[in-house]
Design a protein around this ligand. Structure first.
Ligand code: BGC
Length: 455
C-alpha cells in the first residue's frame, strides 16, 4: 500500500448480518417457518446437520450485540428482516410480535447512535409462500410488495436506508439452478423464472416505497468480476458469458432497461422474451446500490459445462480462503470502477466484504488471533481507497460479518465474523480483525498509514 489512505469525513463504517444466520428462535412469538428452516431439516442439505434454531441467539441477545458494535465504534449496522416473523403465512395477518422485535432492535441501535440499514429479503422466504410456488409464482411480486409496505409504514420514520433484495443471483443460482441453497430446486427454466420474478418484486417494492417512504432505497448485488484465462477469442467470450450471468443479469435491467443478450444465447428457450412492461417496473430509479464483494474468478471456455460453457481456472500463486475463494483485493477496486463505467454515478456502498479463515471453536484467554483475516481487511481497505481515488461515489463499507454465524449450507463450519462466537456457550470475543476495524473506524482509515508491519 504505497499511497496514503484518507476516507471522506462522513464515510459510513459498519458491519452486516442476516436474520436466519444469526437470530435463532425462528418460530418464536408467532413466527412462521421459512424455506431455510425446512431446508435445514432435510439430512444432507446442510453440513453436520446444522440449522438456525439457535445460531447466535441474537433474537435474545441483540442488546449485547449492539453493545459490541458500540465498543467497536460502528456507525451503521446492516441487518435483514425475517419475512415470516412479520407474516407467518407470507401474506395476510400481521404478527405484531415479529414487528416488535425489529422495533426494539432499531430503537436500541438509534439510542446508541448506530444507523440501521434494513434489508427486506435475505433468502428466507416464508415456507407458506414456497407452497404456492415461491419465486416461481408471478404473484410473488405483489406478496413481496405487501410485505415491504408493512415495514415501510412501521419503520420509515426510524430507518433511512432500505434494500429490497440481497443477492438475487445467489437466490436463483443456489436456490433454483443448482439446488445447493433453499428451496433446493434444480433447473434452468426455474432459475430464469425465479430471477425475473425477483427483479419484478424488487421494482414493485421500490415503486411502493416512493408512495410510502421518504428516505433511500436500493438493492444489494454480489459482484464477482470475471477475468479471461487467456486472450483467445474463446476465453474472452467465456468471460463475457460468465459476467452476463453472474453480474450484469441484475444490473443491466435496472440501469440499461434490458437483460444482457448473452442470457438468451446461453439459456435458449429457458430465457423467454419477457414482457416489455416488466422492464419499466424493474428500472425504477434507485438511491443507491449495495455491492457485496468476496472474490474474482478467472475463466476459460469449457463447451461441456452447459449452459454457461465456462470453467474457473485456479490461480497457482494465490491465497484461497476457507470457502475456496481467491483473495484478490484488486477485484474490489475493479468492481467499483466497472460499476461507474457501465452504469454511471449512483451512490455505492460495499454492503458485504469479508473472509472465512479457520478460527478455533473456543477463544482462549479472551483473544482470537486471526492474522489472515486481518491481512485481508487491510488489503480491502486499500482496494476501496483506490476506488475512491478513481472517482467512484462510494459512501460506506459494511464488513461481513459482525459475528461468526450460520454459513448457509456450510453450517457453522466457516467463520466470517470479526467477533468470534463460541456456539456452545454463546460467548462473544473480539478477534484481532475487530480490533483493527475499530481502529480503522476511529481514525477514518488513518491508522492504516502507520500500521504496515503491525499484526
Ligand atoms: C451472503 C451472506 C453469506 C456471505 C458469505 C453472501 O453471499 O449475503 O449471507 O454469509 O456471502 O458466503
Amino acid at each position: 500500500m504505497s499511497k496514503s489512505i484518507q476516507f471522506p469525513a462522513d464515510f459510513l463504517w459498519g458491519s452486516a448480518t442476516s436474520a436466519y444466520q444469526i437470530e435463532g428462535s425462528p418460530l418464536a412469538d408467532g413466527a412462521g417457518p421459512s424455506i431455510w428452516q425446512r431446508f435445514c431439516a432435510v439430512p444432507g442439505n446442510v453440513r453436520d446437520g446444522d440449522n438456525g434454531d439457535i445460531a447466535c441467539d441474537h433474537y435474545n441477545r441483540y442488546k449485547e450485540d449492539v453493545a459490541l458494535m458500540v465498543k467497536l465504534g460502528l456507525k451503521a449496522y446492516r441487518f435483514s428482516v425475517s419475512w415470516s416473523r412479520i407474516l407467518p403465512q407470507g401474506r395476510g395477518a400481521v404478527n405484531q410480535a415479529g414487528l416488535d422485535f425489529y422495533s426494539r432492535l432499531i430503537d436500541e441501535l438509534l439510542a446508541n447512535g448506530i444507523e440501521p440499514l434494513l434489508t427486506l429479503y435475505h433468502w428466507d422466504l416464508p415456507a407458506a409462500l414456497d407452497d404456492r410456488g415461491g419465486w416461481l409464482n408471478p404473484d410473488v411480486a405483489d406478496w413481496f410488495t405487501d410485505y415491504a409496505r408493512i415495514l415501510f409504514r412501521a419503520f420509515d420514520g426510524r430507518v433511512k436506508s432500505w434494500a429490497t433484495l440481497n443477492e438475487p443471483w445467489v437466490v436463483t443460482d443456489g436456490g433454483y439452478m443448482h439446488g445447493t441453497l433453499a428451496p433446493g430446486h434444480r433447473g434452468v427454466h426455474e432459475a430464469a423464472l425465479a430471477s425475473h420474478n425477483l427483479m419484478r418484486a424488487h421494482g414493485s417494492a421500490v415503486k411502493a416505497y416512493r408512495e410510502e417512504g421518504k428516505h433511500r432505497i436500493g438493492i444489494v448485488v454480489n459482484i464477482e468480476p470475471k477475468y479471461p484465462a487467456s486472450q483467445s477469442q474463446a476465453d474472452l467470450d467465456a468471460t463475457r458469458r460468465a459476467d452476463a450471468y453472474m453480474n450484469r443479469q441484475y444490473l443491466d435491467p435496472i440501469f440499461l432497461g434490458a437483460y444482457p443478450p448473452e442470457l438468451k444465447e446461453m439459456f435458449g428457450d429457458a430465457w423467454p422474451d419477457w414482457p416489455a412492461a416488466d422492464f419499466e417496473l424493474i428500472g425504477q430509479k434507485l438511491d443507491f446500490v449495495g455491492i457485496n464483494y468476496y472474490t474474482r474468478s478467472v475463466v476459460r471456455d469449457e463447451p461441456s459445462n452447459w449452459p454457461l460453457k465456462v470453467a474457473p481456472v485456479r490461480q497457482t500463486q494465490a491465497t484461497y480462503t476457507e470457502t475456496g475463494w481467491e483473495v484478490f483485493p484488486q477485484g474490489l477496486t475493479d468492481t467499483l470502477v466497472n460499476f461507474k463505467r457501465l452504469y454511471g454515478d449512483t451512490p455505492l456502498y460495499v454492503m458485504e466484504n469479508g473472509s472465512a479463515f479457520y478460527d478455533p471453536p473456543q477463544a482462549e484467554g479472551g483473544r482470537v488471533h486471526d492474522p489472515l483475516r486481518v491481512d485481508c481487511l487491510r488489503k480491502n481497505m486499500g482496494a476501496i481507497s483506490a476506488a475512491l481515488e478513481a472517482g467512484v461515489d462510494l459512501r460506506g463499507y459494511m464488513v461481513w460479518s459482525l459475528l461468526d454465524n450460520l454459513e448457509w449450507s456450510l453450517g457453522f463450519s466457516k467463520r466470517f465474523g470479526i467477533i468470534h462466537v463460541n456456539f456452545e456457550t454463546q460467548q462473544r470475543t473480539l478477534k484481532d480483525s475487530a480490533l483493527l476495524y475499530a481502529d480503522i473506524v476511529a481514525s477514518n482509515g488513518a491508522c492504516l498509514n502507520q500500521a504496515a508491519g503491525k499484526a
